[in-house]
Design a binder for this molecule. Structure first.
Ligand SMILES: *Cc1c(COP(=O)(O)O)cnc(C)c1O
Length: 359
């Protein structure tokens, strides 16, 4: 078997979840496990976390149904709500909670024929301007939803923070002010904080928090230096050196011959590429750990392989272990080289890399 494998440590995820709870002891923490739990294996993680968490959140109904098919019984909040008339009945049947963000979704819920009322959260647009109702729309919405027998009467007002990962950006304060004034006016519970809100904006902690990225042990600011706040990166992506060759000065490596040896160089080939989710835009110089030592990526990332410069390593052989990211090299650092964020790398892992689950 190919040596490329991602190890997922359940214990670290449980510890990170506990940390999210400890940051906000008065809030209930919903574990966000959309996008295959940011690449960490949604179903397997849900099984492990189920005894600890009150509610799971996913982006879309298809993900929620996959969890039910796997036997998960805790409520599941569907963050983008419903898309079809029949989805409301499916939500009741499957105990999904619906975060509704537009009038069409509200109309569908009200018009549906339901065996019992569905649990509804309302998304409020407090400044991100992506999804949700304007605060002024809530008067009429609350009346309509209150009248409907299809809707459980404890609505929750939910908003999403646009800039919480920027600790100097005052927009977060304004968003919190707006949602709190709505919550006071309608006397409803709220949900505001994502990971960055939980970690950096205590004023955003509310009845329900929604930690995602931090559960996987990564800092939502993209930071990879300094204090990790006790977060433990739960995934380590490993592979091996599968070939080594000696180059003369002036010889190039990989597609386009983008990297050319300035000196006699020893180049290693590693069994991972963008077909696995390694970011194709990672440039020469992106760090890779070979035998625990940092070496630079050389040349373009290909579909099934990358090359690294091993010249400065004392001793290296085919079969030596490689860490692409994990406990000793943050995916946030790899992402910063590749001009992206760790979220994208993790969510973009393809099914080709097997996940190896560990306690
Ligand atoms: C993805 C998502 C979250 C989790 O955000 P993180 O930054 O990963 O903590 C929370 N709320 C909503 C609405 C989301 O879409």
């Amino acid at each position: 078997m190919r040596p490329t494998i991602a190890t997922i440590r359940f214990g670290d995820i449980a510890s990170n979840y506990q940390l999210a709870c400890d940051f906000a002891p008065d809030s209930k923490s919903i574990a966000v496990i959309k996008a295959n739990a940011y690449g960490h294996g949604m179903v397997e993680l849900a099984r492990i976390l189920e005894p600890m968490v009150p509610v799971f959140a996913v982006a879309v109904m298809e993900e929620a149904l996959q969890l039910r098919d796997a036997g998960i019984v805790k409520p599941i909040l569907v963050l983008q709500g419903i898309n079809q008339n029949s989805d409301a009945a499916e939500a009741v049947k499957s105990d999904f909670w619906l975060l509704l963000h537009n009038q069409q979704q509200v109309d569908r819920v009200i018009a549906a024929t339901l065996s019992s009322p569905v649990r509804v959260w309302l998304k409020v647009d407090t400044g991100m301007h992506r999804l949700g109702f304007a605060p002024q729309a809530l008067d009429r919405l609350c009346v309509d939803l209150h009248k409907s027998l299809n809707v459980q009467q404890e609505l929750v007002l939910c908003t999403h923070l646009a800039c919480a990962d920027d600790r100097d950006n005052q927009m977060t304060r304004e968003q919190v002010r707006v949602i709190r004034s709505c919550a006071a006016k309608y006397r409803l519970a709220t949900s505001i904080a994502n990971s960055a809100g939980i970690m950096y904006w205590p004023e955003s902690h509310a009845e329900w928090n929604r930690p995602g990225y931090m559960l996987y042990g990564l800092c939502p600011t993209g930071s990879f230096t300094g204090d990790s706040n006790g977060l433990r990166p739960a995934m380590t992506m490993n592979s091996e050196v599968i070939a080594i060759r000696e180059l003369k000065a002036g010889e190039g490596v990989g597609y386009g011959r983008d990297w050319v040896a300035k000196r006699a160089s020893r180049i290693g080939t590693i069994a991972i590429g963008y077909g696995d989710g390694y970011p194709r835009h990672a440039p020469s110089g992106t760090p890779v750990l070979v035998n625990g030592e940092r070496v630079p990526l050389t040349g373009r990332v290909s579909m099934d392989a990358i090359s690294v410069d091993l010249t400065d390593l004392e001793k290296v052989e085919v079969g030596d272990p490689v860490e692409l990211w994990g406990q000793n090299l943050s995916v946030n650092e790899v992402a910063s080289f590749a001009g992206t964020i760790g979220y994208e790398i993790l969510a973009g892992l393809t099914g080709r890399v097997p996940l190896n689950f560990r306690q």
